[in-house]
Design a protein around this ligand. Sequence first.
Ligand code: HEC
Ligand code: HEC
Length: 336
Amino acid sequence: MKTLLKVVLGLALALVILASTGYAWASFTVKSKLSRTYEVHDVDFPIPYPTAEASAEESGVPDATADLSVAGGEAGEVPEDAALAAARDRGKHLVESRYACIECHGANFGGGTMIDAPPIGRILGPNITRGEGSRTLAYTTADWDHIVRHGIKPDGTPAAMPSVDFLLMSDQELSDIVAYVTSVPPVDNTVPAPTLGPLGKLLIATDQLPLSADVIGSHQSEHAAYPPAAAASAEFGRHLAGICTGCHGSAFAGGPVPGGDPSWPPARNLTPHEDGLAEWTYDDFVRALREAKRPDGTDIRMPMAGMTQYAANMTDTEIEALWAYLRTVPPMASGS
Ligand code: HEC
Ligand code: HEC
């Protein structure tokens, strides 16, 4: 009996030591990861951004994407406030249909929740309006690029924001989003900085919850000036599908959602493989995106079910382009 008790006590002690050493290691690793600074290129872009047509006219390069039937006149003839209003409209469409800032920054951009689960932590999206408590009042265009397309804050440290989803965003799209976000009514709200629980620290320390600043290969590569022309093409679809990769993976083979809520199902295989969407029709795809229903009529679960609010604002051309692209990706077994 006595020996057994000793063994049990000894084991318990060993576990406590192991757990606290592990915790100390994770805390230390996370602290150094989050205080590291990154070298990021400084980009500059105008707000409002010239349209592809105007820019082609200025440079004298004929632009295949220009719609000549609506070209109103010479470049530069568009009045500044009309150009700004058009940029804000484009920005509004972008955040309502695909670049889901409101998911974490709130419907009014005044603050929201990314993760609030004590073991993982409390990771809130800060206020990005022009109100009191805003993080963006002193932002330059380079700062907007750093946070949105690199996951890096103005002081050079990494943010707990999944910016890797926005890697394919062009300068024009970012400019349009900034034009829109800086024009919404100011909200006064101060949001606390992220705090991490033991599981959150462990996940970050072991790269299970990777920081976008580390996932993004280069912080020096140039960004495209314009998105591909909005057409029902695989090229435009590839651009749009950039926002699906965060959950479905860069090869679209699906698998567990990195850093996702433990209650979420694995993301579905979207490739034309028998495990994936090989048997799906375009109509099945539209129904999945707009109504969160599978071809057999069953409900698609969260977080995918939440995509319907964005898909509702996608144009038919955008959904056709996504589908056209997903038919071209190599078929892969699930999770590969
Ligand atoms: C999945 C959640 C999520 C999405 C989507 C998201 N953000 Fe964030 N964002 C965050 C979090 C969390 C922080 C705080 C990061 C930190 O302090 O480490 C943040 C921080 C920011 C900041 C302030 C950084 C600072 O402290 O200076 C800006 C600006 C910002 N996001 C803009 C955007 C824009 C624009 C979009 C849409 C294109 C967007 N975010 C989409 C979660 C998100
Ligand atoms: C936040 C993570 C997330 C994002 C972003 C996301 N998905 Fe999903 N998706 C999932 C998950 C998880 C499932 C599995 C849902 C289920 O099993 O009920 C899924 C399922 C699907 C399904 C199949 C439904 C089924 O179960 O048969 C399709 C089609 C789909 N996603 C398309 C897309 C497309 C296209 C995009 C980008 C425009 C996208 N998803 C973005 C997480 C995501």
